[in-house]
Design a protein around this ligand. Structure first.
Ligand SMILES: C[S@@+](CC[C@H](N)C(=O)[O-])C[C@H]1O[C@@H](n2cnc3c(N)ncnc32)[C@H](O)[C@@H]1O
Length: 243
């Protein structure tokens, strides 16, 4: 499904801004059994490299923007970039103080309206959202103290073009947070551009010369499509420090 579609935009608005009660309303099972924090993924991945001052941050594949807003609480400046104009427009609407209405699906043909607003404590004035391509970022983007790329890697046709730019994007001593469920699919990434073995080995191969791997953990996430269709996944989340 295209990241420009209204349905996907609505799924992501609920994923990023819905409260646990809003996300789990109407599910036919006891939600206490869900993995811890699977309803807070866009917040959790911003915290895996620590929760201290973050300096200048780049959120690549920011979608509708929640992680960028989280970083703005402790960063001097945040640039959020996504390929989808529809997602960037939604993020920018929230940043500019609008209440953004979106659909939560009960059965897929039945929906109710919910509202996304600026997360409490976020600093809208520190964030800039823009449309862009992680494989072809503008030359004057500058460098960052932290680059966050959550669930982006396996959606890129040529992931190595994104990875080749990373050493220049991250300041010495700065951090890269790379989260991926490794859902490699030919429709996004031609087979010849997918890792031959484990994705973590592929990342080490591309990053080891310029980055030291600090940690790896599985971070669960749940995306509600409708009340009987949920995507429960985990994202292998590695933290790298620029040498
Ligand atoms: C699976 S979503 C993850 C979004 C968000 N980081 C999250 O964790 O919820 C993948 C995102 O990458 C974006 N994307 C896909 N290809 C891209 C590209 N070439 N450059 C930048 N963003 C891209 C999509 O529009 C989508 O927002």
């Amino acid at each position: 499904m295209s990241y420009e579609s209204d349905v996907l935009r609505d799924w992501y608005l609920l994923f990023h801004y819905g409260s646990p009660d809003e996300i789990t309303a109407g599910l036919g099972f006891d939600v206490a059994g869900l993995p811890a924090r699977c309803l807070e993924f866009p917040v959790t991945t911003t915290e895996v490299a620590g929760d201290g001052p973050a300096g200048r941050v780049l959120d690549l594949g920011c979608a509708v923007g929640r992680s960028s807003f989280e970083f703005s609480k402790r960063a001097e400046a945040v640039v959020g970039i996504d390929f989808s104009q529809s997602f960037v427009d939604a993020a920018e609407a929230i940043r500019s103080g609008k209440s953004l209405s979106y659909r939560r699906y009960g059965e897929m043909h039945l929906s109710e309206m919910l509202t996304a607003t600026l997360p409490e404590g976020a600093h809208a004035d520190r964030i800039q959202f823009e449309q862009g391509d992680a494989m072809d970022l503008r030359a004057d983007l500058g460098s960052f103290d932290l680059v966050h790329a959550a669930n982006l890697l396996c959606r890129l046709p040529e992931p190595f073009r994104f990875m080749n730019r990373l050493p220049a994007l991250v300041n010495s001593g700065g951090y890269l947070i790379m989260a991926t469920p490794a859902t490699w699919m030919d429709q996004y990434t031609p087979r010849e551009n997918q890792p031959e073995g484990l994705t973590l080995d592929y990342l080490k191969h591309h990053l080891d010369a310029d980055f030291e791997m600090i940690s790896v953990e599985e971070v669960p996430f749940l995306i509600r499509e409708h009340q009987r269709k949920l995507q429960l996944s985990t994202s292998q989340t590695s933290v790298w420090q620029r040498k």
